[in-house]
Write a new protein. Structure first.
Ligand code: HDE
Length: 674
């Protein structure tokens, strides 16, 4: 018998003390969680072992289907606070009354699978579930205010084309391949969104630094039944900020979870991310005068034409307790609207109203997905829907139909419809629609595919325009089909001749004839709000500074820098070559993970580090990625090895000078670096 207890020991005893008794899913206490039940110490495992079988059975089914799009995401809890109520526009309490409403937010990339990296060039999803007193309102938006396609019927084609190619199974999380560019080049309506997707908007520095948009035109309906059209905007308190492409590429390798970790750590440390919710509102008369159709999701309304009115703020102040239970199982539904908020006839939105309910059933496996805690409303909820897989509710009585007269027999009759309930806005004609025929067509102005692509491109700074051209060049360089490249260049010529020439030059391609527009594009007045750089806030708030320390560095300087950065709302991480001397080891902490860097090292350290590749990369990447570098003369050898040239972004270790530089990027350095 002694051999048996030895075997147990080899299996590993649990040394845990305290805690609840370990049980099976059915509550039976478990005496041994280390060894399966065997016929003899060296014999076969017995089928009878229900403890083992239940454990493995449950494990085998741990994964659920990932989202077909937006599979990779990060979530957080928080609240929305209505600060400027708009009862004149809507009867929805969440916007009509001051006060707080709990929310759950999920940010995502679109194309990659659940395990893909956080920093590819991609659109970011920005989905907010408001748990209002009148039911859940889901504002399921993106960080780009327009979309690739105008009609939901094209969505499966768009997504098939951008996902990994059907035969090869690659590339993952990337639009730089044949099928995507083939599709979009045949769909000129995508050109506006392409401009955004190729801009720095698609490589954000942090999820805390992106805007959000409801994209479609929605309706607000007030207590008198009056409807006002609305576009929703989220504006980040930290300002908009993006990475540069080379940095995003390196970040993908240095920290696959860069955005997820950044969001988690900010919330965990009490530095709560915050956005303002704004609205652009207009009526049918205004809409009729615009050179674009407000029901076309490939068009935006310039903020110069209708300023964004701020109505509230959203603060994310709590990380999920469990990734799967909350972030993975959260189910957003554009159909979740509350009385006072209604849809428009945007044909993309209308298609979404079918898709999400359907996808949740296949993803979460049951029509009862609304009972999962993260999806359940936080207000009373009663109806006669019953049963189904994984039913959690235990309704009492026999009233499961309506109408009924069970109350006359003294029984509980169940809920009744209310006059205050959601009532669809009736008018189908206020935007000039004539619903007298069933047609498979698009309205005339949907045929203008280029005016706003041009508007976006021409509203950018020169640096941003260069980034767009570089991005298109990179993406097309991965396209093997010459005719597709030519077709894209034909579209670019309609958008902007200079852009087309720059890209053709970068690819060493001849310029083809310009594409033939369905409607001649017009020149709209440039909009500064479309440029990140024109509205850049110089700030260290929410940013991270990496300080490389060495034996010869002056601790007083480290302390002074830390104090100065923290006083501006930034955080500091100390990095050293020797493990244990700082918070992070140099080889695993490249400068792509920081917004600015400082070197507090002695001349001997600098000489040694100048021969250590990760140290040289740390400095040369910071310089190439246009970041501030704080360094004394003692660092000269390392700076020289890294090819750093003096400019406004390279400061001494004087805290005031350094923090001023660290709050910005030095885009004029780009011409020197590349
Ligand atoms: Fe989505 N989209 N979408 N989408 N979408 C999904 O729903 C769909 C569109 C957006 O964090 C899916 O639960 C169709 C526009 C976000 O869980 C699916 C069409 C916008 C998220 C779906 C669109 C979005 C999704 C996949 C064209 C910006 C992630 C998993 C008619 C306004 C939400 C899921 C989260 C997710 C369908 C177009 C935003 C399949 C059919 C436009 C942020 O239902």
């Amino acid at each position: 018998m002694s051999s048996i207890s030895e075997t147990r020991g080899n299996g590993g005893e649990t040394h845990q003390t305290g805690g609840e008794a370990l049980t099976t899913n059915h509550g039976v206490p478990i005496s041994d969680n280390q060894n399966s039940l065997k016929a003899g110490a060296r014999g076969p495992t017995l089928l009878e072992d229900f403890v083992l079988r239940e454990k493995i059975f449950h494990f085998d089914h741990e994964r659920i289907p990932e989202r077909i799009v937006h599979a990779r995401g990060s979530g957080a809890h928080g609240y929305f606070e209505c600060t400027d109520p708009i009862p004149e526009l809507t009867r929805a309490g969440v916007l009509a009354n001051p006060g707080k409403t709990p929310v759950f937010v999920r940010f995502s990339t679109v194309a990659g699978g659940a395990g893909s990296v956080d920093t590819p060039r991609d659109v970011r999803g920005f989905a907010v579930k408001f748990y209002t007193q009148e039911g859940n309102w889901d504002l399921v938006g993106n960080n780009i205010p327009v979309f690739f396609i105008q009609d939901a019927i094209k969505f499966p084609d768009l997504i098939h084309s951008v996902k990994m190619e059907a035969d090869k199974g690659y590339p993952q999380a990337a639009s730089a391949h044949d099928t995507f560019w083939d599709f979009v080049s045949l769909m000129p309506e995508s050109m506006h969104m392409i401009m955004w997707a190729m801009s720095d908007r698609a490589i954000p520095r942090s999820l805390r630094m992106i805007e959000g948009f409801g994209v479609h035109t929605f309706r607000l309906v007030n207590a008198q039944g009056k409807s006002t059209f609305v576009k929703f905007h989220w504006k980040p308190k930290l300002g908009l900020q993006s990475q540069v492409w080379n940095e995003a590429v390196k970040t993908a390798g240095a920290n696959q979870d860069y955005h997820r970790q950044d969001l988690w750590e900010a919330i965990d440390s009490g530095d709560f991310p915050e956005w303002e919710l704004g609205i652009q509102t207009f009526d049918a008369e205004w809409a009729a005068k615009q050179p674009y159709d407000v029901l076309d999701a490939t068009k935006l309304i310039p903020e110069e034409d209708i300023p964004v009115r701020i109505v509230g703020r959203m603060v994310l102040d709590r990380n999920p307790d469990n990734f799967f239970a909350e972030t993975e199982q959260v189910a957003f539904l554009p159909t979740n609207v509350v009385p006072g908020i209604d849809f428009s006839d945007d044909p993309l939105l209308q298609g979404r109203l079918f898709s999400y309910m359907d996808t949740q059933k296949s993803r979460l496996g049951t029509t009862n997905f609304h009972q999962i805690p993260v999806n359940a409303p936080k207000c009373p909820m009663h109806n006669f829907q019953r049963d189904g897989m994984m039913q959690m509710a235990v309704p009492k009585g026999r009233a499961n139909y309506e109408p009924n007269s069970l109350d006359q027999a003294g029984e509980e009759p169940g809920p009744r419809a209310t006059d205050q309930g959601f009532a669809t806005y009736k008018d189908m004609t206020d935007l000039g629609n004539q619903p007298d025929e069933k047609l498979r067509v698009r309205a005339d102005l949907f045929g203008d595919h280029y005016s706003q692509a041009r508007l976006f491109y021409r509203s950018q700074t020169e640096v941003e325009q260069t980034h767009i051209a570089d991005a298109i060049t990179f993406e097309l360089s991965k396209v093997g089909l010459g005719h597709v490249i030519q077709r894209v260049l034909g579209h670019l010529r309609v958008i902007d001749e200079d852009l087309a020439e720059t890209v053709a030059e970068g690819l060493a391609e001849d310029l083809p004839a310009a594409a033939t527009p369905m409607r001649e594009p017009i020149d709209m007045a440039p909009s500064d709000a479309l440029s990140i750089m024109k509205q850049a806030k110089h700030s260290l708030k929410g940013r991270k500074v990496g300080i490389l320390i060495g034996d010869g560095g002056d601790q007083a300087k480290v302390d002074a820098l830390r104090d100065a950065v923290e006083a501006q709302g930034g955080t500091v991480m100390l990095i050293a070559k020797e493990r244990g001397k700082a918070e992070a080891q140099l080889a695993g902490s490249p400068s792509v993970l920081f917004d600015a860097v400082a070197l507090v090292i002695g001349a001997d350290d600098a000489a040694k580090l100048a021969k250590f590749k990760p140290a040289v990369d740390f400095v040369s990447d910071a310089f190439a990625h246009l970041k501030a570098i704080g360094a004394d003369d003692a660092s000269a050898k390392l700076l020289a090895a890294a090819g750093v040239q003096p400019d406004k972004g390279v400061t001494k270790l004087d805290p005031a000078a350094f923090i001023e530089a660290a709050a910005q990027r030095f885009y004029d350095r780009e011409t020197k670096v590349w």
